[in-house]
Ligand binder design. Sequence first.
Ligand code: FAD
Ligand code: TPP
Length: 575
Amino acid sequence: MVVQALKDQGVDTVFGYPGGAVLPIYDEIFQQNDIRHILVRHEQGAVHAAEGYARSTGKPGVALVTSGPGATNAVTGLTDALMDSIPIIVLTGQVPTFMIGSDAFQEADTVGITRPCTKHNWLVKETDQLAATLHEAFHVATAGRPGPVLIDIPKDVQFATGKYAPPKPSTSHYQPRLKGDMEEITELVAAMETAKRPIFYTGGGVINSGPAASQLLRELVDATGFPITSTLMGLGAYPASGKNWLGMLGMHGLYEANLAMHDCDLMINIGARFDDRITGRIDAFSPKSIKAHIDIDPSSINKVIKADIPIVGDVAHVLEDILKVWKSRGRKTNAEAVAKWMGVIDGWRSKNCLAYTNSETSIKPQYALERLEALTKDRKDRFICTEVGQHQMWAAQFLGFEDPNHWMTSGGLGTMGYGFPASIGVQMAHPDALVINVAGEASWLMNMQELGTAAQYRLPVKQFILNNERLGMVRQWQELLHGERYSHSWSEALPDFVKLAEAFGAKGILCKDPADLDDAIMEMIEYDGPVIFDCLVEKHENCFPMIPSGKAHNEMLLGEAETQGVIDAKGSILV
Ligand SMILES: Cc1cc2nc3c(=O)[nH]c(=O)nc-3n(C[C@H](O)[C@H](O)[C@H](O)COP(=O)(O)OP(=O)(O)OC[C@H]3O[C@@H](n4cnc5c(N)ncnc54)[C@H](O)[C@@H]3O)c2cc1C
Ligand SMILES: Cc1ncc(C[n+]2csc(CCOP(=O)(O)OP(=O)(O)O)c2C)c(N)n1
């Protein structure tokens, strides 16, 4: 029933790790060829791989793990997917129903443990409920605001036989609203017609809504001429080469994007959730603007920031209606004022906030990413994953994303160890694509065991490690906010990454000289197999711009290079 339900739901790949409580399912997997099972090396890896698969395809990802430690190892991945609204289905084995509650071997209260970190979960005690529950799980994971679901299946239920019910059109009570309220949409269009300093602030919800949403967004931005910025999670929904693109906003966002958010008079939030890395100090957040908020999850609206124009609905549906209404009313904007506004933004842009001082002797992490971008940006099949830290922010700043679903990163939970298994999931879904995980050495080591998975399946994932021998983001905060007291923010026993790669049958490349970088990157790209690229970078480089936690958008720290000498003793200034 489990395998048949997965097939009927269109699943082609399952990431998993076996154990006693799931052996009947593994036995069925062995006896069929329609679904590929990828044996990871840790259950956290299975869940992140399923996330990478889901984010890069728009289809739900599936993981299969055993009871007890298998299930508890999946908790970080589930929480990660919940925070970032990623649709995944996790199947866990459970001890037989008659042993539940007896402290049986490898028993854990999986539904209890995962209740707060799933969108929904089920313990299936009756075999006849199994098929319907599996189909409902796919519906819940993907409908409305996507998220992780978990189905806990006791071993006696797995051994039993029963009647399989194929999927039918959903009769579920869970039917999220897709169409926005037309009155609110008309109010938003009226505000767009008169706005002098408008801005689109877009997020992961545009990606979640599917490719049509990105197309409609492009049409709306190009037709209105309004500037657009995006959260970390929404990169690629509007192309980085687009003329109205301001770059990412938020804590490490661009100067021009953050100041435009602060000074705008109409903020149109499309599928973003006013995360604290965006708002900074709430009482100083964009004080003079009318705020419209389009979100499929009613609980997201008014949660952090009061919406003047709340629109509950799916991004694609709402954008379609906005365009219809706006066109029917004569495609009006306050063009003169908007042109002036773009001029102001250009002034901020001229500050060149990503400028950095390059070096001929050591590799600056920004330079490494600039070269990676130059050498790979023309490849439509490029997918980028990241770990968490400075490298993640530099990747967001220095790599340009032209299409949705090509950027996989852990935003809400900020899970070190996410990127490598996620890259495995992406590569499984796109076998011929160029899949690169931009990593810090500390994050990468958190799930390094997945090198075994990459080697076993000959997955040509490229691990581009910006190795500063530091927990760089932590070290940066300690430098700027904790009096340069570097408490436990470096590792003293890093492995030789080239030997490590070779030990697993992968390729290792070491690069420490900026002059060698281009050739080394090309060698990495051209190698047909997994590669660990150990890029030794400047150890104490800081990632700017930076809005310290709890500060306002216009209290941004800039780095030395952009401030043209107007800096304080620490090499940074308050704007
Ligand atoms: C080290 C570090 C630094 C960071 N710095 C930054 C930073 O500088 N800038 C930044 O932007 N982020 C940063 N982040 C990420 C940040 O923590 C949040 O994850 C991110 O800002 C949230 O993005 P989002 O608002 O697009 O939300 P998401 O988590 O993507 O949420 C999407 C929203 O859209 C809604 N939605 C989903 N599907 C649909 C649909 N079909 N239709 C309509 N609505 C839908 C959801 O209900 C939700 O409200 C950082 C993370 C880390 C780890
Ligand atoms: C699992 C986990 N533990 C701790 C943290 C806190 N944290 C955020 S960034 C960071 C340092 C990351 O170092 P590295 O991967 O080397 O990247 P860098 O910042 O140097 O680019 C730490 C410890 C986290 N995000 N996730």
